[in-house]
Design a protein around this ligand. Structure first.
Ligand code: KIV
Ligand code: ZN
Length: 391
């Protein structure tokens, strides 16, 4: 069975930048856009051009800079927004306008004070108008997660007729269960005329911690684009994390889905985004967190030292780290201490370890983490003769 590509649509600079306090200037955005292009994402959503002169400028400058990825600008379903996006994207090698409107009954009633029929018309008009500027038009059905499937299918079919090339089915509020979101994509695949000529895109928010699971479920049911951000940043609880979906597909090759992302750049890209946006990810963040490849309990350390496979399902080198780390704490065992000491040039015999290990435990009970300098000191304090090999 051949492997299908899942396009990675990065929205770090648009949905990600909606995080309070994360506003970047154009120069910072250009650095991130250049890195995303190098990373191998297929689409960079560079901003929302009508929203401010700064955003317009960023989208225009990113359009001039990016060589490989499609550059995309967000709009609401109105002519002014679409014109601004078209203007900002005019220098892009591969421009895409991303336009759309809320389709759930809640959005139709409370946001637009409108009706399904009128929303359908606006959607068609927006796509047709965007099409007069660019060939590549993505339509988003905001709050698709809570939109009635029959109406969603109708609107999808109509915007395909108007020229949409990509259909974005956002779980805007992060409410769907993975099974439900996957079933929604399957329903569209089975009930929308022309669906096989366009790409279905997943755009999932993380309000209940299910963004990644929902996106994968969408891909398993026929979606071939996933919208995501580095470190999962974004509105409220954030978006699907790019590094998670990319590594899930890589580590499950039997799904026959992969991406164009160079995974070895994931860690450094995550660091770049953390530093530029001033948001540090939690240590236990999947794939890019400080502890994602760190082992601290004795049982785990013993296993990893014997064979990495015992407690690691990813190779740290695949995400751009040089190695896993064995963190020494009061829960570490003799194997871990001997391993770390050996890296520092101390080849401890069993008898020597009998002396050093209790000292280490006393030390570790006082200090949360025992670092290399501490190991030197502990061994020296033990007053035993150990030949130190230069490393
Ligand atoms: O979450 C959402 O629905 C969005 C759309 C604007 C695509 O971000
Ligand atoms: Zn969103």
């Amino acid at each position: 069975m051949s492997t299908d590509k899942v396009q990675i649509f990065d929205t770090t600079l648009r949905d990600g930048e909606q995080v309070p306090g994360c506003k970047l200037n154009t120069k910072q955005k250009l650095v991130i856009a250049e890195r995303l292009d190098l990373l191998g994402v297929d689409v960079i959503e560079a901003g929302f051009p009508i929203s401010s002169p700064g955003d317009f400028e960023s989208v225009a400058e990113i359009s001039k800079l990016v060589k490989n990825a499609t550059v995309c600008g967000l709009t609401r379903a109105n002519q002014k927004d679409i014109e601004a996006a078209a203007q900002a994207l005019q220098y892009a090698v591969k421009p895409r306008i991303h336009t759309g409107i809320g389709t759930s009954d809640s959005h139709i009633r409370y946001k637009f004070n409108s009706t399904r029929e009128k929303i359908l018309e606006r959607a068609k008009e927006a796509v047709s108008y965007a099409k007069t500027f660019v060939n590549d038009v993505e339509f988003f059905a905001e709050d698709a997660g809570r939109t009635d499937n029959e109406f969603l299918a109708k609107i999808c079919e109509e915007v395909i007729k108007s020229g949409a090339t990509v259909l974005n089915i956002p779980d805007t509020t992060g409410y769907c269960l993975p099974e439900e979101y996957g079933a929604k994509i399957k329903y569209l695949k089975e009930n929308v005329k022309g669906i096989d000529d366009v790409i279905i895109s997943c755009h999932c928010h993380n309000d209940l911690g299910m963004a990644t699971a929902n996106s994968i479920s969408g891909a398993l049911n026929g979606a071939r684009q996933i919208e995501c951000t580095i470190n999962g940043i974004g509105e409220r609880a954030g978006n699907t994390a790019l590094e998670e979906v990319v590594m899930i597909l890589k580590q499950h090759p039997y799904l026959n889905l992969d991406t164009n992302v160079n995974t070895r750049l994931l860690h450094s890209t995550s660091q770049l985004v953390q530093e530029s946006m001033g948001i540090t990810v939690q240590p236990n963040k999947a794939v890019v967190g400080e502890n994602a490849f760190a082992h601290s309990s004795g049982i785990h350390q013993d296993g990893v030292i014997k064979n990495r496979d015992t407690y690691e399902i990813m190779n740290p080198e695949d995400v751009g780290l040089t190695e896993s780390s064995i963190v020494l704490t009061a829960r570490s065992g003799r194997a871990a201490l001997a391993f770390r000491a050996k890296n520092l040039g101390y080849h401890l015999t069993k008898d020597q370890l009998d002396v050093v290990y209790p000292e280490f435990l006393n030390f570790a009970d006082i200090k949360k983490e025992v670092i290399d300098d501490d190991i030197h000191q502990i061994i020296e304090n033990c007053n035993i003769f150990i030949t130190k090999v230069e490393v």
